[in-house]
Design a protein around this ligand. Structure first.
Ligand SMILES: *[C@@H]1O[C@H](CO)[C@@H](O)[C@H](O)[C@H]1NC(C)=O
Ligand SMILES: *[C@@H]1O[C@H](CO)[C@@H](O)[C@H](O)[C@H]1NC(C)=O
Ligand SMILES: *[C@@H]1O[C@H](CO)[C@@H](O)[C@H](O)[C@H]1NC(C)=O
Length: 192
């Protein structure tokens, strides 16, 4: 993950006692390049581009982190992993939770890990478009993607526009998050 291409988004909310820092967002060059390549491939097949799915991106990052020390294996279709909760990854339910993903919205998703030494961009792209993975990239059911990379590993998580593969945020968490965000603002009204 090259931090050189990072977009630092810092929101500072100052109100007497309150200082809120929204964490740094990193645009990973390798991931953006790959998504562009995948979308060119999709467009050449008359398919719409994959849109970035934030929750799936979070999951892809976490998964890349988890498999980065695994032996580098050749990409074959058999390596595609259904994204349902029965996934073979260690701590999977925990990772879903960390990424605020409702497990019920993952069943139709698919996880495509690839290992390429130094993540050489052309090889990474062809590992998705010229192997058994191609049939997932060339599938109109998938409309979104999350990408994550760590060392020699790239992970693409494909999502659908249907609820069963949308990787939607857990509604409760969203409400809770908003509440957490606005509570200090509300509180400050009463304190003025
Ligand atoms: C997921 O689905 C199951 C059964 O379909 C349901 O019992 C459960 O409450 C759902 N969980 C969430 C977080 O929506
Ligand atoms: C996939 O990547 C490996 C390197 O890990 C490379 O040897 C292989 O040629 C690539 N396959 C395709 C079809 O691009
Ligand atoms: C993509 O999928 C369509 C329909 O499923 C199929 O006809 C076509 O041959 C596929 N193209 C490639 C390059 O895999």
């Amino acid at each position: 993950m090259a931090p050189k291409n990072c977009l630092f988004l810092i929101v500072v909310l100052l109100h007497a006692y309150l200082l809120l820092l929204v964490p740094v967002l990193c645009d990973d060059e390798e991931e953006n390049n790959l998504l562009q390549g995948l979308n060119s491939y999709r467009n050449s097949l008359q398919l719409p581009s994959l849109t970035k799915n934030k929750q799936a991106g979070c999951l892809a990052d976490e998964l890349a982190d988890e498999i980065k020390d695994h032996p580098c294996v050749q990409t074959v279709a058999a390596n595609a992993i259904p994204a349902g909760t029965g996934s073979q990854f260690l701590n999977y339910p925990k990772l879903l939770k960390k990424c605020k993903i409702d497990p019920n919205t993952t069943g139709n998703g698919i996880i495509l890990p690839v290992c390429v030494r130094k993540l050489v961009p052309t090889l990474v792209l062809t590992n998705y478009t010229r192997t058994g993975y191609a049939r997932y990239i060339n599938d109109s059911r998938f409309t979104g993607a999350g990408l994550g990379s760590e060392d020699d590993w790239m992970v693409v998580v494909l999502t659908t526009s249907t609820l069963g593969g949308s990787f939607a945020s857990n509604a409760v968490d969203v409400v809770y998050g908003l509440f957490n965000y606005f509570l200090p603002v509300l509180a400050s009204f009463f304190l003025v």
